[in-house]
Structure formats: structure tokens, C-alpha cells
Design a protein around this ligand. Structure first.
Ligand code: HEC
Ligand code: HEC
Length: 389
């Protein structure tokens, strides 16, 4: 009897009717869903980096990424903070180098498709962004001279360099630092996140395959409907990566410590303008100049104060914490934030894109279910083969 009751309960809770089925989607909604794919996208190519997509540079970049000799004390590599087993982040709410950092370490998934880098957009190329942590004293604290010496003195790296760049390691340290960063960028651009439950649903909807689409649970579908509909989320979390690559203010506190603020995009633009490695400088390999257009035309406006880059939402459920400051601990807290955000906290001029949504508990769990459907396990990464065996 007990067994019978138990199986009845199991039947009731696992009954497909409770979670399976297909909502009635309008043509506009299907179009909005379609714009979040296809996944994976074609490989990223960066015209400002002459070794972008070159296999020998990708191999060199992976070795350098894992090499602690890029840091002053020989103990910290890129992989210390961007760990393959932690979705290329560090499992912490805020970064930690030789000292505490004020921002969360972003995941490097799909970073090759971005056009601004860092939470404040202080970088305009993946290679320039890769120079920053090598030189930053709170991160690796290295120098061009040390990177130059490493590439000249280490036989395997020198050989890997020659294969990647087609010339022998020279004696201009600054150029070698930039080349090391370009190899690092070539490697990072290959980090593409796996297909997810959402992608299967999106493709099924586009193909008109109702049976396959119905494998996406009803809470996931209802959350998606909110995301592209009344939630207005996809004005900023747009396209296949769920980001428009730009900046916004969603009302997250920007106080780092009492009396000290993180001005976000406003400070990032000042750093960008003063960076000798930006795309307007001599190390941009794109002779056409087209890749420097954004940097040339970007304006620094007071409205940029407190804006941060719109993060991609792929693999979002796997993050250790949320927002630039790591100040929200769970996806439920993020959704609650959007539900209750106070309009006074937003600095945006004109019509605000974010307003308190006043979601019901079920709507909140639906949104979290949808966001979680953007995650998937990536296969473990094998150790890179030796350079120049
Ligand atoms: C001490 C921890 C730490 C180390 C070491 C580190 N990073 Fe980072 N990384 C961060 C943090 C924190 C940020 C966010 C910085 C910001 O927004 O100001 C970041 C941002 C980035 C970004 C921008 C990602 C994006 O989505 O815009 C890239 C690319 C990156 N790091 C690559 C590297 C590379 C390459 C190395 C090694 C040369 C490296 N990092 C070493 C902590 C680290
Ligand atoms: C105005 C543009 C905009 C809109 C609209 C918007 N977001 Fe965001 N979202 C952002 C920005 C910018 C951040 C990062 C803020 C920060 O770090 O301070 C963010 C962060 C997030 C994060 C945390 C990601 C991470 O890695 O930390 C999630 C999850 C998220 N948004 C989901 C949503 C959902 C769900 C909606 C709709 C209810 C939404 N967003 C609406 C711009 C927007």
C-alpha cells in the first residue's frame, strides 16, 4: 500500500502535464527568440591582431595563459584567476591578486565576440585587455622587460613565438609584450561556451518542430516570455550572447568603500583614451583603420557615470556571484533586484530602460528557470600539447 501511494505521489510530481507542453507563441515572439541564436557562432576574427585565428598563435597563447612566469613573483598566471574548471573565472565574488580587487573576475567564455572589455570598457581589443593584468601591480605586476626576457630565454616559448609570428624573437620588449598579448588573445577567442537547452528550444521553434520545442519546460518558457516581453530584458541582453556589448545602469551600488566610488564607464573611457595600446595606437595591425572607428568616435558623457558593461548571460547560472561588484549572491537575488529596483537609484537620462517589474514569486522562479537554461557543462579541457615538440 505504501509503495502504491509512493508511486502515485511520484506519478503526480513527475507527471509531464505539470511542466511539459508548449505555450502559444506569437510570430513576433518567435522572431525575438530566433535573434538569440544560432549557437555556436562562426569563429571570431580580430583584424587588429595579425595572429587572430592562427593555430600556432593559439597554442602559444594557451601556454602563456598558464605560465606564472608572466608575473613579477612567478606565482600568478592568467589561469590563477580565470580557471578552466570554473568557467574561466575564480569562484569568488571579487577578484584577488596581490591585493583585493574591487570588481568580480569575469568569465572569459565568448570573450572573442566582444568589442569593449572590462566592466568599465577600458579596453577596446582583447589583446590590449590582456596586457592590463600583466602590468597591473595588484594583479601580476610584471613588465615588458620581463616578458621580453622570458620569450628570448625560454627555448620552447621562443620556438612557439617563431611559429606563430613567422619571425625570430626580437629585442624590442614593448613589441614582445604586445605580441605575447596577441597570442593570449588568439587563444581566448577560441573559448566558446557549449550549446544549451535554450539553443535546442530556439532551433526547434525556428524549424517549427513542436515536439522538440515542448522538451523545454513550461517554467523555462514562461521565464523566456517575460525576458523578451514585459521584462524588457533583451533590449540590453540582446542577440546570441545575450548582450548588446554596450553599457547600462541597472541601479547597482557603485560605492567601493565609504567615500570611494567606482565610476564605471566614465572612468573606463578616460583610461581608454590614455592607453598607448588602444586601437588608435601603433600596435593596431589593421591597416584599413576600420577597427579603430568605435574608439575614435566614442564620447565621454556624464551619463556614463555608474554604467557598467552589459554582461553576457550564457553560463550565467554557473557564476559565483553577480554584477560588477559581486554584490548579489544568487540569480534569485538578481531577479528580485530587477523586480524591486528603486527608480531613484538609476542615473539614466531620458526614458529609463529599467523599472521595477513587481514580479510575483512564480514569475521570479520562472525567470530563474529560464536564465538557468542558458547553462551547460563544457567538456573538460585537455592539457595543451607541448610547443615545438
Ligand atoms: C588577480 C586576478 C586576475 C588575473 C591574474 C588576471 N585577471 Fe583577467 N580579469 C580579472 C578581473 C578582476 C577582471 C575585471 C577587470 C575590470 O573590469 O576592471 C578581468 C578581466 C579580464 C578580461 C576582460 C573580460 C571581459 O569580459 O571584458 C580579459 C580578456 C582578461 N581579464 C584576461 C586576462 C589575461 C589574458 C590574464 C593574464 C595575462 C588575466 N586576465 C589575468 C582578474 C584577473
Ligand atoms: C538597461 C539595460 C539592461 C536591462 C533592461 C536589463 N539588464 Fe541585466 N544587466 C545589465 C547591466 C549593465 C548589468 C551589469 C550591472 C553591473 O554590473 O553593475 C546586468 C546584469 C545582469 C545579470 C548579472 C550577470 C552577471 O554576470 O553578473 C543578470 C542575470 C541580468 N542582468 C538579467 C537581466 C534580466 C532578467 C533582465 C530583465 C528583467 C535584465 N537583466 C534587464 C543591463 C540590463
Amino acid at each position: 500500500m505504501r509503495r502504491f501511494l509512493l508511486s502515485l505521489i511520484l506519478l503526480a510530481t513527475s507527471s509531464p502535464a505539470a511542466t511539459q507542453g508548449l505555450l502559444d507563441w506569437s510570430q513576433d515572439e518567435v522572431s525575438a527568440i530566433e535573434r538569440h541564436g544560432p549557437w555556436p557562432p562562426p569563429p571570431a576574427h580580430d583584424p587588429s591582431n595579425r595572429v587572430s585565428g592562427v593555430p600556432a598563435a593559439i597554442a602559444l597563447g594557451e601556454h602563456l595563459f598558464n605560465d606564472p612566469r608572466l608575473s613579477a613573483d612567478g606565482r600568478m598566471s592568467c589561469a590563477t584567476c580565470h580557471q578552466a574548471g570554473r568557467d574561466w573565472s575564480d569562484g569568488r565574488a571579487r577578484g584577488f591578486g596581490t591585493a583585493d580587487l574591487d570588481r568580480r573576475t569575469p568569465s572569459l567564455w565568448n570573450v572573442g565576440y566582444a568589442h569593449w572589455f572590462g566592466w568599465d570598457g577600458a579596453g577596446d581589443s582583447l589583446w590590449a585587455q590582456s596586457i592590463r593584468p600583466i602590468l597591473d601591480r595588484r594583479e601580476m605586476g610584471g613588465s615588458a622587460a620581463e616578458v621580453g626576457r622570458l620569450l628570448r630565454d625560454d627555448k620552447a616559448l621562443a620556438c612557439g613565438y617563431e611559429r606563430a609570428f613567422g619571425n625570430k624573437v626580437g629585442d624590442n620588449d614593448e613589441r614582445l609584450l604586445v605580441d605575447a598579448a596577441k597570442a593570449l588573445a588568439a587563444f581566448q577567442a577560441t573559448l566558446v561556451s557549449p550549446r544549451t537547452r535554450f539553443d535546442a528550444f530556439r532551433d526547434a521553434m525556428v524549424a517549427g518542430d513542436r515536439a522538440a520545442a515542448a522538451r523545454y519546460t513550461l517554467p523555462e518558457q514562461r521565464g523566456l516570455r517575460l525576458f523578451i516581453g514585459t521584462g524588457n530584458c533583451d533590449t540590453c541582453h540582446f542577440g546570441p550572447r545575450f548582450t548588446n556589448g554596450e553599457f547600462g545602469d541597472v541601479g547597482i551600488a557603485f560605492f567601493v568603500r565609504p567615500g570611494e566610488v567606482d565610476s564605471g564607464r566614465l572612468g573606463g573611457l578616460a583610461k581608454l583614451a590614455g592607453n598607448p595600446f588602444n586601437l588608435l595606437g601603433r600596435y593596431n595591425d589593421d591597416a584599413s583603420g576600420a577597427s579603430a572607428q568605435r574608439t575614435r568616435h566614442v564620447q565621454r558623457l556624464h551619463a556614463n557615470f555608474g554604467e557598467f558593461r552589459v554582461p553576457s548571460l550564457r553560463q550565467v547560472g554557473r557564476a559565483a556571484a553577480y554584477m560588477h561588484s559581486g554584490s548579489l549572491a544568487t540569480l534569485d537575488e538578481v531577479v528580485r533586484h530587477y523586480s524591486e529596483v528603486s527608480p531613484d537609484r538609476l542615473h539614466s537620462d531620458g526614458t529609463p530602460l529599467v523599472r521595477p517589474l513587481g514580479l510575483s514569486p512564480r514569475q521570479r522562479t520562472d525567470l530563474v528557470a529560464f536564465l538557468s537554461s542558458l547553462d551547460a557543462d563544457a567538456p573538460p579541457r585537455p592539457a595543451p600539447p607541448p610547443l615545438c615538440p
